[in-house]
Design a protein around this ligand. Sequence first.
Ligand code: NA7
Length: 516
Amino acid sequence: MPLYQFSDPEIWQGWTFTEKYPDGREIQAYFQYVDKKFDISRDVLFNSRVVSAHWDDSTDRWNLTTEDGEVFRGQFLSLCTGIGSKYYIPEFKGLSTFKGEMYHTARWPETHDYKGKRVGVIGTGATGVQVIQEIAPVVAHLTVFQRTPNMTLPMRQRKLDPDEEDKLKKELYAVSFGRRHQTFTGLHFDINPKLMFDATPEERTLFFEEHWEKGGFHFWMGSYADLLLNPKANDEAYGFWRKKVRERIPDPELQEKLAPIQPPHPFGVRRPSLEQSYYEVYSQPNVQLVDVNKTAIEEITPKGLKTSDGVEHELDVLILATGFDMVTGGITSIDIRGQDGISIKEKWADGVKSYLGVASATYPNMFWIYGPQSPSSFSNGPSTIELTSDWIIQCIKHMKENNISSIVPTEEAQHAYSELVDQLGAAALWSEAKTSWYMGKNIKGKKAQMLQFSGGIPAWFIILISSVSLLPPPFPRPFPAGRVSLVRGPVLDYMPNYDYEAPLDKFFVIVDCIEE
Ligand code: NA7
């Protein structure tokens, strides 16, 4: 069953996806179905860009202004700006001189015919991989400009049988949705608590094979507990990945470009993209792979793209699959000012700080969902989104019932939480990827820091609910002291002497606090 959907039975009982990974059209149809069920559109102002949000301390209200000059007032501000809403185009010399068609993958045209065209793609992240495998069979020529090979995983896309799904709905859907709150990623499977070298070589090989066959994120977030903690353990997984990928690429030179002997960074410290025919297309005669580390992109010309070896790659279409100002860009592109009148962009120039990954000191009554310092991109979206939304509703309800008109995290609580996020980030191998958006390193000038809570959903959830379900004020309580670990990794004390016995039983399914 697809887990990337709402867990409300009113929704899933009446909807069946046709594929394990539905395409854009089907996802849009699903949203329309949800909208019809809950009449969401009634409360939405479409095509309306919010440019500023200023807090007024004298009235305890937010004043919002849109690009069209409309002004709105509200007691609460909930930022549902997502983690990938501000797309990013690097400053390529001569970009505006290009005479052909140019698209960023975030602004993909609804319909387009690439048949017979000479197409260039810069970037081999999630969108690059998708575009490359889809258009390679139809274009006249495709040139891919790669900086870092993507350590992709097999998607194992398949059609879903409606009868089988009906049966699953009766037996397992509710169970699987419940399970989403108990695993590190909010998927239905979890990280194996065993360490890589506690398994015998035979056991390991069979384990890898099984997870590879399952496809999706199994090989990554279903792996041994120290995959992202121990470089030697990571090498084992990379070696298996490299072998599997190389089997699909006959040409040794291409093998080295796409799955090099020396990994550019540890496996899984950047988000692996799911692919279907990504490696096969590179063997087509009309596809060329340019390693921009060897022949750099010098400039974009009216006719195409010039690399440092003097070659001008002539193109009809240039596709920029160059990513996003991830996690923070959607928030910092709005002029948000709180109690002290300082914009959030200015405040975060020196690094993001939040309380619980949902709120920020000096910005009262402002919450965000699936944003900075929450499990966001380390989790299945709906799993985190539903937990956070429930938390916000509960918090607002509590405020209403207790006549509290505004709340704001204290600087101290924010500092303590943000430190925990940093420490968790530093405890694993994440920072070894040079241009990872997980760490904000893909954007020039952005402070390098772990942007997500990397201790998994159960650990985050216990911190979240313990800090809020126990309101009354003052808000916030310091988050519950205790210990969080990256599964079997270093255990971090985030406040001493916390009696964590009871909540652990309930929520810390994969967090190992007792051993150390
Ligand atoms: P990603 O995954 O951030 O990929 C961006 C790609 O663009 C990546 O391969 C970058 O290379 C490449 N890039 C960026 N700047 C340059 C320059 N200057 N020269 C060459 N190549 C460059 O973005 P996507 O939009 O594909 O996916 C974003 C997320 O959305 C994805 O992870 C999913 O969670 C959904 P690099 O690898 O950094 O060397």
